[in-house]
Design a protein around this ligand. Structure first.
Ligand code: FES
Length: 93
């Protein structure tokens, strides 16, 4: 397997080559931009697995400090919740 075929986003089936393409060909500069265009980070885990990896790739490819990069946003719930669990939720529990 070539390095560029390494899976970065398992939920949306995105490879290292896909992320590099988004950076260099499409000119995307943040995790949020890549998320909106390529859907990486919009899968079941909401980017918990791939978000930091994509930040590191952007940092390395564009020579930007990792610490200076804005983190990707996430939406709740990050895991599936049944209607029964949702209906029985009480604040403070
Ligand atoms: S691994 Fe990318 S959204 Fe889950």
């Amino acid at each position: 397997m070539k390095d560029d075929q390494i899976i970065i986003c398992r939920c949306e089936d995105g490879t290292l080559a896909d992320v590099k393409d988004a950076i260099h060909r499409l000119g995307l500069r943040s995790v949020e931009e890549i998320k909106r265009v390529k859907r990486f980070g919009m899968g079941h885990c909401q980017g918990k697995t791939c978000g930091k990896l994509i930040s590191q790739i952007i940092s390395r490819e564009l020579n930007i400090s990792y610490e200076d990069m804005a983190p990707a946003t996430t939406r709740q719930p990050a895991k599936a919740v049944s209607v029964k669990e949702f209906a029985s939720y009480q604040e403070g529990n």
